[in-house]
Design a protein around this ligand. Structure first.
Ligand code: SF4
Length: 462
């Protein structure tokens, strides 16, 4: 089967991606849940130390070295290492981070075992909620340059952990209601994980034929119906269902296979909006546009236009911004925010219109083509995160900006080829659903190519 294609990997232990080894890894996760739990609490301890301690110490100089202050060390770990690694791992392997390592997941599940155990209400289950939270947090982070302040990092990341704890204390009985319905990061992770080469595959025939296990059903933390599991969307890859009824196994599939086999019913409006305006628009605006001279000029013009109105100076909550160091000027922050929002909407709308034209006005097809852009946009996002890592290296005297254009080229060419290959397979798969099926791929390639150029030629930070 195409999904089970073997990828050879020249290690002395043999092919680590052989199907039986992949399956064995899933089973290992299932058997070693006790050890995974110990690992999770170890990560919680390190996470809390790196989050809380720097915020309690005197504010470090913005340009001190990584090993000169705990604050700069924590910044390098959180934003220089963790963020790019998590993005790439989601895109290639799925949401293992969420199910095995994420401290918020551990905290919320633990709290939920001792909490009130209420059912998640309807408003908490709104599909747009995580996207909305993610967008608000991202705007706020960049508005105040949060990465450079241990206190603001504590406020944002610690606030998210506190919210996960509270969600666990109120909702779910030993389950991760937070991860399933609320986690802001999961809104992006669930898109990226659709491209992953690993997934937990359910054999429905074997499942239905197997006797009901004495141990009962699967303890799936994000409350998934494992029997009908078809997508990586919400699967935390925790491995607890591996081997259940001899029907669930960690398996390989072709990169992007899940998107290439989407049906029109699988295309959801909120996800398409999320891909266009958050994954592509917003994350391009904050990771690439916000470092450009154009953004500086537009912000300056907007600032001039907004003027020095007394309301902005006197009434607004200045204390929020006073911690940011870089932007204590509220009008400047509003101008910068307007520029970022403008870029977000412009880029998202341009890509959306381009896909709509490529699909000859067929909305479902245009939506499906937006999913095909996830690899390119995900790699673009990872490159933005890597740029931040390079800026941390530069602060420590290691100037490595010259490798960035080549890194970009390698990443963007890979993302472009990956997206194009998904679109090609998707169009083959959709033949029976399409009214007009000719001349879709070339205009899609043009849209993807222009987006790739925007990533490749984004300004390099000074
Ligand atoms: S389906 Fe549920 S139990 Fe199985 S790996 Fe995914 S999150 Fe874990």
């Amino acid at each position: 089967m195409e999904h089970e294609r073997v990828i050879f990997f020249p290690l002395h232990g043999g092919n680590v991606f052989a199907p039986e080894r992949v399956k064995a890894f899933g089973d290992l996760l299932q058997r070693r849940q006790d050890r995974i739990r110990k690992l999770q609490w170890g990560i919680v301890a390190v996470y809390l130390f790196l989050l809380v301690t720097p915020a309690c110490l005197p504010e470090a100089e913005a340009r001190t070295g990584v090993f000169d202050s705990l604050a700069r060390f924590a910044e390098a770990i959180f934003w220089g290492l963790w963020w790019p690694a998590v993005i790439l791992s989601m895109l290639i392997f799925g949401q293992f981070w969420c199910g095995i390592l994420c401290p918020d997941g551990t905290i919320t599940e633990f709290a939920s075992r001792h909490g009130r155990g209420l059912k998640a209400p309807g408003w908490l289950r709104k599909p747009a909620l995580p996207l909305l939270l993610f967008s608000l947090i991202t705007f706020y982070e960049h508005l105040i340059d949060a990465f450079r302040s241990a206190q603001i990092t504590l406020l944002i990341i610690g606030g998210t952990s506190l919210a996960s704890l509270c969600t666990g204390l109120i909702f779910g009985q030993g389950k991760r209601v937070w991860c399933r319905f609320v986690c802001p990061g999961a809104s992006i992770f669930s898109l990226l994980a659709r491209c992953a080469v690993l997934h937990f595959k359910v054999d429905r025939v074997a499942w239905d034929a197997a006797p009901r296990p004495a141990s009962g059903g699967v303890d799936c933390p994000p409350l998934l119906d494992v029997r009908r599991l078809k997508s990586n969307e919400k699967c935390n890859m925790c491995g607890r269902c591996s081997g259940h009824r001899q029907a669930v196994a960690l398996s390989l599939r072709a990169p992007g296979e899940e998107i290439a086999t989407l049906t029109p019913d699988d295309v959801r409006r909120w996800e398409v909006i999320g891909i266009l305006f958050v994954l592509i628009g917003l994350l391009y605006a904050v990771a690439h546009w916000s470092g450009s001279a154009w953004h500086q000029q537009l912000s300056a013009a907007l600032r001039h236009w907004l003027g020095d109105a007394a309301f902005w100076q006197a009434e607004a909550p200045r204390w929020i911004f006073s911690h940011a160091g870089a932007r204590t000027d509220l009008i400047g922050a509003v101008a910068a925010l307007s520029s970022i929002i403008g870029m977000t909407l412009t880029l998202g709308a341009l890509v959306g219109v381009g896909l709509w034209l490529a699909a000859h006005g067929q909305k479902k097809l245009a939506g499906a083509l937006a999913y095909a852009l996830i690899p390119l946009a995900g790699i673009g996002l990872a490159l933005g995160a890597v740029e931040y890592s390079l800026s941390i290296l530069a602060d420590n005297g290691v100037i490595a900006w010259s490798i960035l254009p080549w890194l970009r080229l390698a990443g963007i060419v890979t993302g472009l080829a990956w997206s194009f290959s998904i679109a090609q397979r998707l169009l083959r798969y959709w033949r029976r659903h399409l009214e007009r099926q000719t001349f879709v791929l070339p205009p899609f390639a043009a849209v993807a190519g222009l987006l790739a150029a925007a990533y490749q030629f984004a300004p390099i930070p000074a």
